[in-house]
Design a protein around this ligand. Structure first.
Ligand code: ADP
Ligand code: ASP
Ligand code: MG
Length: 415
């Protein structure tokens, strides 16, 4: 079986959905499980619904209405017959969101987030599955929450591999399946999510459990490039990269592949293809075993909106194991994601992603024990396979707050 993944950009409007059909017809759709994200920027829009629920209840209904209208436009372009059952199905999903918000008693943001935001994927796959049926690609709509079982760390759920394997083994591998990325469910069958951009990871989890022949993620770029074309003018396509290299790139923030995607694939040596949904028969990039990176060129990665914290001891004492373990406990407790660390005798710098908004509470605690300098809105640049020119091109006119060099990688925190 093959696993395909179509992300938000590939299903952002009716024309994009028609293009998915074109891709499936061109490259074949037998024995394929297709993982699909929410359409366009729906997940961001659903996050606004959650924010309204917690901070400004009067905005709930207009924020849901916005998401509905976006999908209604797509629906009306794809299905001229207004009596098509897809309309009822999608409306029911929106009613479920409203019902949940009306009845929910949990004050927990992350729990509510997962119950609400996941509807983006449920709606997109409902529309696309129905559309494929309509254009002669009969398929099964599969609720991925019945396949991927997780713990209850909402917004960042961990897969229960044994239970997931058991569920996935029940699939009929000769069929075309349409299922949701990003979602799972916990022991009580509440929806969980695997972290933003997690649909690539969904593809990998399912491929692992299916012993799939390959995974293809269809993108708006020709494949994995040596830099994000949104941030760099000149980019080059990487034809082949090893799992190891891809894990490194994704870990440092090359957002074309979700970092968790590679591990399950690497364990079973399932090749990952990253291809263009505009030119589906082009080779794109293959991630597999073997060669490090071809062609061997410097790769640039930037993570914007990071936070750099410099800690030093109040009494000029050393920052050693016991303080460091205390600092890391705080980072963990406040769900801060660590990008880079650097320490000297009496100071400790850490570059962080304030993904879950734990920064302020953590700073308050740190300030009781350390002198704290905090730079918000810094960028972390990473160059893999760097050379002097590559480093110079980044330093150019910028104020570098931290620089760290390894054999293959240089990282700069820049204001
Ligand atoms: P999806 O539609 O699957 O969610 P994403 O938008 O998450 O797709 O990923 C595709 C985007 O990733 C591209 O449009 C590109 O701007 C960005 N990107 C970041 N780093 C790279 C890279 N090294 N190579 C290619 N694209 C990259
Ligand atoms: N829809 C989710 C997100 O935007 C998951 C994904 O697209 O990968 O984060
Ligand atoms: Mg994405």
């Amino acid at each position: 079986m093959r696993v395909f993944k179509f992300g938000g950009a590939s299903v952002k409007d009716a024309e994009a959905v028609r293009n998915v059909v074109k891709v499936l017809k061109e490259v074949g759709h037998e024995d394929t499980l297709v993982v699909i994200s929410a359409m366009g920027k729906t997940t961001n829009a659903m996050e606004k619904v959650v924010a309204a629920y917690f901070d400004n209840k009067s905005q709930i209904s207009s924020s849901i209405q916005e998401v509905w209208e976006y999908h209604e436009t797509i629906l009306s372009e794809l299905f001229q017959n207004k009596n098509h059952p897809v309309y009822e199905k999608v409306k029911t999903l929106f009613e479920e969101v409203k019902g949940f918000l009306a009845w929910n008693k949990s004050p927990k943001n992350a729990f509510v987030y997962d119950q609400v935001v996941g509807y983006g994927e449920l709606v997109s796959t409902t529309i696309i599955s129905e559309y494929l049926n309509e254009v002669g690609l009969p398929n099964i709509w599969q609720d991925v929450r019945n396949l991927i079982k997780t713990d209850n760390s909402y917004r960042d759920a961990k897969v229960n591999w044994e239970r997931t394997q058991e569920q996935v083994s029940k699939l009929d591998t000769s069929k075309l399946y349409i299922t949701q990325g990003f979602l799972g469910s916990d022991d009580n069958n509440f929806t969980t999510t695997l972290g933003r951009e997690g649909s690539d990871y969904t593809g990998a989890i399912l491929a692992y459990c299916l012993n799939a022949d390959s995974v293809t993620i269809w993108k708006d770029v020709p494949g994995v490039l040596n830099a994000d074309p949104r941030n760099f003018d000149e980019t080059q396509l990487l034809d082949e990269i090893s799992y190891r290299e891809a894990i490194e790139l994704a870990f440092y923030g090359a957002s074309v592949i979700h970092p968790k995607t590679l591990q399950p694939l690497q364990r079973k040596e399932i090749p990952l293809h990253v291809k263009s949904f505009v030119n589906p028969t082009n080779d794109g990039t293959t991630v597999g075993k073997g060669v490090g990176i071809s062609p061997k060129v410097p790769c640039f990665i930037v993570k914007k909106n990071q936070v750099l914290i410099k800690l030093s001891s109040l009494d000029f004492s050393f920052i050693v194991e016991n303080n460091i373990s205390e600092i890391f406990k705080l980072l963990h407790d406040h769900r801060m994601k660590v990008d880079l660390i650097q320490n000297s005798a009496i100071s400790f710098s850490v570059c962080l992603d304030n993904k879950f908004n734990g920064l302020q509470a953590m700073l308050d605690e740190l300030k009781r024990k350390f002198k704290v300098v905090c730079h918000e809105d810094v960028s972390l640049y990473t160059i893999r396979h760097f050379d002097d020119n590559a480093v110079k091109s980044l330093e150019n006119g910028r104020s570098v707050l931290v620089e760290q060099r390894g054999k293959e990688t240089v990282q700069l925190v820049v204001k």
